[in-house]
Ligand binder design. Structure first.
Ligand SMILES: Nc1ncnc2c1ncn2[C@@H]1O[C@H](COP(=O)(O)OP(=O)(O)OP(=O)(O)O)[C@@H](O)[C@H]1O
Ligand SMILES: [Mg+2]
Length: 474
């Protein structure tokens, strides 16, 4: 209905839509429509949910064919955020020459959908030994082609890096909440990483558009070949091998838990040997010296400066996590929310604690009824973000929205760091046998039972206890 209204308001806007049923994958069940009322509703959208997007009608073509790019991205660590992008990726081609969508070609999947799993059945799929021809090619071969036509490929690549960083930044707040519920902060434990598959479409004007992020991208390096009718054999796919082997190899090199230890050892070795020839010798003991150069390129924190302004929700998630309390929970209880308000000194004569409680109940109830996630009660991250925006608007009325929120985050982080310093000082005094201070603010002298709702350890605790709290320096 909204689409119809926008269309009526602007008759020149004649979009095509792509409908992706939730139940399908690998291109299965996807179809294009011109008219929103053509959506296939066997049952209701609720019983058959689908994602509907505006179809990008003007993709960049090579050899008259539409193609998309699969790039591998390593999320090496969430806190601190570390992102690597593989310099080499795959380009997956359609197998029927492209035409802009019209009623006659809407159903031509080999023209509009680039999925390998679909096009392999078109009869026109070209397996190739070369990485620059065929229906699956390396991304670098595409860049070479574009460069030879005078395209500024550095700009294309930097736009892609920017797209990847922005997307990961959008993912991290929720991921962090999940992560902390399984892995407590501040303790040595398992190190997790994830290889993500980014599907990107280049538009005719060379602007990259994100199609989707695959959490579990295929790492297959072979494909099926029909030797004789009905007889299939798995044969190596050179293009897949070139891209994927390097991604796995470099991921393992970067994640290797022993590497740090070895790194320290070789540094010690270098430090003790002042003679340059000895240092060279020490360098030669590097067990990775014979491996090909790294294909994974660090893009974050390398380009952090340019993107840190986007990390506001991430910083809100840090605050949220700090007050969560019980390990394993992903929702903030009413006491945790009150503690957040008190510790960040947000209540005032115009915002009473009673008003804070009402704010909590209102927003939490609405989000819990919307998300249908009734597993545990309490405030989810999204609800906390909404409450945060509300508080920011009240406190910094005169500023533009982004600055309102940024200012409130700065303020909260400031008060919490002051509190942390105080607690640390108290802890130190506690460990040398000093009398625990009795004149702390009411929240600092909170009873131990309140810890369960997210109270950071009280002032009288030792530094040892502090290191086990879920404080993440924000
Ligand atoms: N908005 C769009 N505009 C143009 N083409 C699109 C758009 N969205 C998807 N496509 C094409 O459709 C193909 C399939 O879409 P998508 O990758 O979103 O679904 P899928 O492959 O079925 O999902 P999954 O990869 O999770 O199995 C894409 O590879 C691309 O070629
Ligand atoms: Mg896909």
């Amino acid at each position: 209905m909204t689409v119809q209204m926008v269309k009526d308001g602007d008759p020149s806007w004649k979009p095509t839509f792509i409908v992706k049923p939730d139940s399908g994958c690998q291109g299965d069940g996807i179809y294009l429509i011109k008219d929103p009322s053509d959506i296939r509703l066997a049952g209701t959208l609720q019983s058959r949910p689908a994602v509907v997007q505006e179809y990008i009608c003007k993709p960049l073509l090579i050899d008259k064919l539409k193609f998309d790019i699969r790039l591998y991205v390593l999320l090496k660590s969430l806190d601190p955020l570390e992102i690597y992008i593989a310099k080499e990726g795959l380009s997956r081609f359609c197998t029927e020459p492209y035409q802009e969508p019209n009623p006659k070609n809407l159903h031509h999947i080999f023209m509009h959908l680039t999925n390998y799993s679909l096009n392999i059945h078109s009869g026109k799929f070209v397996h190739s030994d070369s990485t620059s021809t065929g229906s699956k090619r390396t991304f670098s071969s595409i860049l070479c082609r574009l460069s030879s036509k005078g395209v500024d490929i550095k700009k294309v690549w930097s736009d892609i890096i920017s797209l990847v960083i922005k997307t990961v930044i959008a993912l991290t707040p929720e991921l962090k909440v999940f992560y902390q519920s399984d892995i407590p902060a501040g303790r040595p434990g398992p190190t997790c990483f994830q290889i993500l598959g980014f599907d990107i479409l280049l538009m005719k004007n060379l602007k990259p558009i994100l199609l989707e992020v695959n959490a579990n991208p295929s790492m297959r390096i072979e494909h099926e070949q029909e030797l004789s009718p009905g007889v299939f054999e798995n044969v190596p796919s050179l293009v897949d091998e070139e891209v994927k082997v390097a991604v796995i190899r470099d991921t393992l090199r970067l994640m290797d838990p022993l590497k740090k230890k070895r790194g320290n050892q070789s540094q010690q070795l270098l430090a003790t040997k002042e003679n340059p020839s000895d240092s060279e010798l020490a360098g030669n003991t590097n067990p990775e010296a014979h491996l090909p150069s790294i294909c994974l390129k660090q893009v974050f924190p390398k380009y952090a400066k340019q993107f840190n302004y986007l990390r506001l929700v991430d910083r809100m998630a840090n605050l949220f996590i700090r007050f969560l309390g019980i390990k394993g929970t992903m929702k903030l209880g009413p006491t945790g929310f009150r503690t957040f308000i008190r510790n960040c000194k947000l209540s005032s004569s115009s915002l009473s604690m009673a008003a804070v409680d009402i704010l909590y109940i209102d927003i939490t109830r609405r989000w819990n009824s919307m998300t249908m996630d009734q597993r545990d009660s309490g405030m989810c991250l999204q609800a906390f973000v909404e409450a945060f925006f509300y508080l920011a608007q009240r406190k910094f009325k005169m500023l533009p929205l982004h600055e309102q929120v940024a200012s409130l985050i700065d303020l909260c982080e400031y008060h919490l760091s002051v509190l942390d310093e105080k607690r640390l000082a108290c802890g130190r005094r506690g460990t040398v046998g000093a009398r625990p201070p009795s004149s702390g603010t009411p929240q600092e002298a909170a009873p131990a039972a309140q810890l369960a709702e997210g109270h950071p350890p009280p002032c009288t605790n030792s530094a040892h206890r502090l290191s086990h709290s879920r404080h993440s320096p924000s």
